[in-house]
Design a protein around this ligand. Structure first.
Ligand code: HEC
Length: 94
């Protein structure tokens, strides 16, 4: 399966994959409508673009992004694949 077909599959799958389970957890800190500053530290995700969110998630995983609470976000993304993170970013900006 090429990357594009995989990407389409990921984004059209019903809420069964791993990122879909974790999005509920994300909302616990970032707000139901992504309107909260998580723990008073993060940007409001609703004010970020899809590209900014995706870049932040990937960079947390690589350990090259974040502020005082980045360790917490590294925990959230360490088991996610690139496809998971893309699907999350798309879902957040829906
Ligand atoms: C336990 C609370 C918590 C959970 C759960 C959580 N986050 Fe976060 N998130 C934070 C905090 C706190 C920050 C700021 C971290 C820092 O200092 O860099 C943050 C930062 C971010 C940022 C970057 C925002 C910025 O300020 O640049 C993104 C994007 C993000 N989170 C997405 C997610 C996603 C997607 C999930 C679910 C997979 C998630 N978060 C789960 C608390 C949480």
């Amino acid at each position: 399966m090429n990357a594009f077909a995989k990407f389409i599959l990921m984004t059209t799958l019903p809420l069964t994959s791993m990122w879909a389970t974790s999005i509920t957890i994300c909302k616990g800190c970032h707000g139901q409508a992504w309107e909260k500053s998580a723990m008073g530290k993060s940007k409001k995700l609703k004010d970020m673009s899809k590209e900014e969110i995706l870049n932040a998630l990937q960079s947390y995983k690589e350990g090259t992004y974040g502020g005082v609470m980045k360790g917490l976000m590294v925990e959230q993304v360490k088991d996610l694949s690139m496809e998971d993170m893309e699907a999350l970013a798309i879902e957040i900006k829906k």
